[in-house]
Design a protein around this ligand. Structure first.
Ligand code: AMP
Length: 542
């Protein structure tokens, strides 16, 4: 016997319908790429998205067609997303921080028919346009007055393009399992792989992510997604925020500490989300200007491990609650949040920070297990680490065009490539990427733990740990440090600071100081480059 409930397909454009109907006046404030602050609301954004949908439809974009965006977080990017979603076309967010050759490769692989590009990235598209084999039309996300001189053929400014249609249009109807969006993994090795979200997976994921013990989003929030929409499905904030009726504050092209601070304060942001590098810049700005955060309540930190010192600074110094989160492009992307269950709710001080170093527990719809290399499940004792595997309705089943082959185990779990522990209350803690873990004398050392500890030193701005060849132990940890401006700290001071806080055999064999640590296009430490840089490094212990 089947249930007797309505068949209401889970389609993403229903999110903007809901927001426009029940939270129509709620603002979307953006720092435009041209400079000035722009204000709209969900009611008007929906009308613009309908206009975009009608214009795309008139041009001949059809269900299943891919359309690329190379764009910052702004209202225009949102309009394009929802316009595409409403006709069953696919928003393909391309990370503009990749090398131009990678961008060209990805756009060709996805077979994008159009490219919507911010002013900032017009030079990138000019550079690669000759190599783009499927792109018919480039639209620059600006108005006629701000159109740059460009060598691009067949190009138009967004506002003029959009004005060729009105908003008298009805969303198309289609199956909830239809593709909605696409995002290529940053992939430090091999070709990038395309993850394809469906309407259904986006809706289920955004509902799960918005919940109280996760993003804890509500209509009373003013949410600033600093994490770009082109990074891992924008952490689903372009859905979770309108779904709950939260206002949105979009930072546009300016991601430096001062600009972010300015928006947090003037727009009274209550919740924001980004990778640790962004928060490092904000905290430095706050320290240098002796400023305070007067409306921010929560900061979601993920994409890389959130250092303990960062959690401490936000919570103890500025009174902002840190929500450490973990996820990946293949998971839509949010997989866990470190919110406090009753078992941990009364912890204070260091005991609380110990828990907040964990990446946390998953929402309903994400299943987790840890296994050894043979797939045998490992105990949830908070100590044993193994391969972290996940399953759920918003987890990738395969990559676009079958890249990478079969990616699930016999039980349908996806291997995240992360190594983690699980504790008895179901809190997961990443110890490393499986490729980055340091294998010393048959035992594993977590590079992340060492990095987190090292950045707790008051003179350290950033730290990275890699395994370097060792004749006796196979590999030993080398600590690479960027000092804070004007600080003179030496190796011994840092090692003394770490001593006693970790097992003796985990202590780095050496410390080197550099001006800069290389990062990937999504702000993660680029360990492959560091390993290359130090491949001939001779440890003093070798
Ligand atoms: P991406 O698909 O680019 O978002 O990268 C996903 C990967 O980032 C994960 O598999 C982890 O290795 C890493 N990552 C994400 N969040 C965290 C976190 N909170 N702590 C440690 N690593 C993280």
């Amino acid at each position: 016997m089947l249930g007797l409930m309505q068949d209401w397909p889970l389609l993403c454009h229903k999110v903007i319908d809901h927001a426009a109907t029940f939270h129509g006046g709620r603002e979307i404030v953006s720092r435009s790429v041209e400079g000035p602050i722009h204000r709209t609301n969900y009611h008007d954004l929906r009308l613009s998205a309908l206009q975009v949908a009608k214009r795309l439809d008139a041009y001949g974009i059809r269900q299943g067609d891919r359309v690329a965006t190379l764009a910052w977080n702004t209202w225009r990017h949102m309009e394009v997303w929802y316009g595409l979603l409403g006709i069953g076309a696919i928003y393909h967010t391309v990370n503009p921080r990749l090398f131009p050759e990678q961008i060209a490769w990805i756009i060709n692989h996805a077979e994008d028919r159009m490219v919507f590009v911010d002013l900032t990235f017009v030079p990138v598209v000019e550079k690669i346009i000759g190599e783009l084999t499927t792109v018919e039309q480039v639209v620059v996300l600006t108005d006629a007055d701000h159109m740059p001189d460009t060598s691009l053929p067949n190009v138009i400014d967004y506002e003029s393009w959009k004005a060729e249609a009105d908003s008298d249009f009805a969303w198309k109807e289609f199956d909830e399992n239809s593709a909605a969006g696409m995002c290529y993994t940053s992939g430090t090795t091999g070709e990038p792989k395309g993850v394809v979200y469906s309407h259904r997976s986006n809706i289920i994921h955004s509902l799960a992510a918005a919940a109280t013990d996760m993003l804890n989003a509500s209509a009373r929030d003013r949410i600033m997604p600093v994490v770009p929409m082109f990074h891992a499905n924008g952490w689903s904030l372009a859905f979770s925020a309108p779904m709950t009726g939260a206002a949105m504050v979009m930072p546009g092209a300016r991601m430096d500490g001062a600009s972010i601070y300015d928006l947090l304060e003037t727009e009274k942001v209550t919740m924001t989300a980004a990778v640790p590098t962004v928060w490092l810049m904000l905290l430095q700005h706050l320290e240098q200007t002796d400023a305070n955060l007067t409306s921010l309540e929560r900061v979601v930190i993920g994409g890389s491990a959130c250092p303990r010192a960062m959690t401490k600074a936000f919570q103890d110094r500025y009174g902002v609650q840190v929500l450490h989160a973990w996820g990946m492009t293949e998971m839509s992307p949010l997989g866990s949040f470190c919110s406090l269950k009753p078992e941990y709710a009364d912890l204070k001080g260091d005991a609380l920070l110990d828990i907040q170093e964990k990446q946390g527990h998953p929402p309903f719809t994400v299943e987790m297990k840890i296994t050894d290399d043979d797939g045998v499940e490992l105990p949830w004792d908070g100590k044993t680490f193994g391969r972290l595997k996940v399953r759920g309705p918003a987890v990738a089943e395969s990559y676009f065009k079958g890249a990478g082959g079969d990616i699930l185990d016999d039980e349908g779990f996806f291997d995240t490539g992360d190594v983690s522990t699980m504790d008895k209350y179901g809190y997961m803690q990443i110890t490393d990427r499986s490729k980055d873990v340091i294998k010393s004398g048959g035992e594993w050392i977590s590079s992340i733990d060492l990095e987190n500890l090292a950045v707790g030193h008051p003179d350290v701005a950033e730290a990275a740990v890699i395994g370097v060849e060792h004749p006796k132990w196979d590999e030993r940890p080398l600590l690479v440090v960027v000092r804070k401006d004007g600080r003179e700290t030496e190796k011994q001071a840092i090692l003394s600071f770490m001593e006693g806080k970790i097992a003796k055999w985990w202590m780095p064999d050496d410390v080197v100081f550099v001006d800069e640590i290389p990062h990937t296009a999504t702000g993660k430490i680029k360990k492959t480059t560091l390993r290359d840089q130090f491949k001939d490094y001779r440890l003093p212990t070798a």
